[in-house]
Design a protein. Structure first.
Length: 397
């Protein structure tokens, strides 16, 4: 089976959606399937971990890169939020901001459609392109709902083969949009987290003090991830626990403001922002003692929770959206934005060794039983094959 992954950002961006697509693609290649990435190239190269696979092919399309700047994202994001009640205008904005990509990716697909069997999309604009293309050339395609968004979900109603990555998204589709996507959850590479580079783990611990306890947060540096509250909570925690060190792994448009807050609170020796991504994160998870992640909104699964669970960490997680379903009995839940509550949960874990051990054991067990990539990748492969062998059933009229 030859699968075309049509995704603009998978070749240069580290985000939950992109990480899921890359990880599942690796597993599908292990099963003998060919994966073709149709994407753009950036300064970061998240595909470097899989490009050596003989079944991996990458086609980078030229880009003006206008939509990648922090300024563009801030402006378009602000406009989108103000227009949430104006669905037609929001759709137009999304199409306009992705028009360059839609045109060039559609042309590439038209001229190369004999090189793949099925297309995998995960964005409203890419799915819209496939619906348009199928008026002229019949190409089976699959859409994954990587988060809940009204426009994405409403558009997915017209796609015959669509799957959601969480019960939260599936439930929203059933309740609000009156259709029932298949559930194919996200998994985590157990082996990767159980066999880290031990020398690197020791180096990380030494760097921040071998006797210190590390509280880790992995997130894009954007407002929705609630990192300002995490830093403020670290101030309260460090007043009670002098051996607490806080690491934030990620990058994004809020980095400068976060660094200013760290200086304002005089936490330069306590809180560190690190540009660490992808597989390089494994040793940081293994060096940590507690994992904290409390996004304000938009957390419709939480891949970082899975990674922390696979590393056997006790968690402090958000009590909103899909987070409680993902973390189960592995976490203490806190209200996003509530600095007092977040700091109290961290302190509770630092105080109680038995509680940390119980949540740690739960993390390992839940990760192995519910988020096993081997089982999940089989489900995904069957889903893609079903889309191919259904013949002309490309979309719902």
């Amino acid at each position: 089976m030859r699968i075309l992954v049509n995704h603009r950002e998978v070749g240069y961006f580290y985000g939950g959606t992109e990480n899921h697509i890359r990880e599942l693609s690796k597993l599908l290649m292990k099963k003998g399937n060919e994966i073709i990435f149709l994407t753009e190239k950036g300064e970061k190269d998240p595909l470097r971990f899989i490009r050596s696979n003989r079944l991996c092919k990458i086609k980078y399309l030229f880009s003006l890169k206008a939509n990648r700047s922090d300024k563009f994202k801030q402006i378009s994001g602000g406009v989108s939020k103000k227009m949430t009640n104006h669905l037609v205008l929001t759709r137009i904005l999304r199409i306009f901001s992705n028009l360059e990509w839609m045109i060039k990716s559609s042309l590439w697909i038209i001229f190369n459609h004999n090189k793949f069997d099925v297309v995998w999309t995960s964005k409203y604009t890419d799915t819209l392109s496939m619906r348009f293309l199928n008026k002229f050339i019949r190409i089976p395609y699959v859409e994954s709902l990587e988060g809940y968004d009204y426009i994405e979900a409403e558009g997915a109603k017209k796609v015959r083969f669509v799957f959601a990555i969480s019960e939260f998204i599936k439930g929203k589709c059933k309740k609000v949009h009156k259709f029932d996507p298949e559930l194919i959850t996200i998994g985590v590479d157990q082996h990767k987290f159980q066999s880290p580079d031990k020398k690197k783990v020791i180096e990380i611990k030494k760097r921040y003090g071998i006797k210190n306890r590390i509280i880790l947060n992995v997130a894009r540096l954007v407002k929705s991830k609630d990192l300002f509250s995490f830093i403020k909570a670290s101030k309260k925690v460090s007043e009670k626990f002098k051996d607490a060190i806080f690491l934030i792994c990620g990058d994004g448009e809020e980095k400068e403001r976060l660094e200013k807050l760290i200086k304002q609170l005089k936490l330069e020796r306590k809180v560190f922002i690190l540009s660490v991504f992808g597989d390089d994160l494994v040793e940081y998870y293994k060096a940590a003692d507690i994992f904290v992640h409390t996004p304000i909104f938009g957390n419709h699964f939480g891949i970082v929770y899975l990674e922390a669970m696979a590393a056997g960490l006790p968690l402090v997680a958000s009590n909103k959206d899909a987070s409680p379903d993902t973390v189960g009995n592995c976490a203490l839940l806190a209200t996003p934005g509530n600095v007092k509550e977040i700091s109290e949960k961290i302190c509770q874990l630092l105080k109680d060794k038995k509680l940390r051990k119980r949540l740690s054991d739960n993390s390992l067990q839940r990760s192995r039983e519910l988020f096993n990539w081997n089982k999940i990748s089989k489900e995904a492969e069957l889903f893609f094959r079903r889309a191919i062998y259904k013949g002309g059933d490309y979309s719902i009229n």
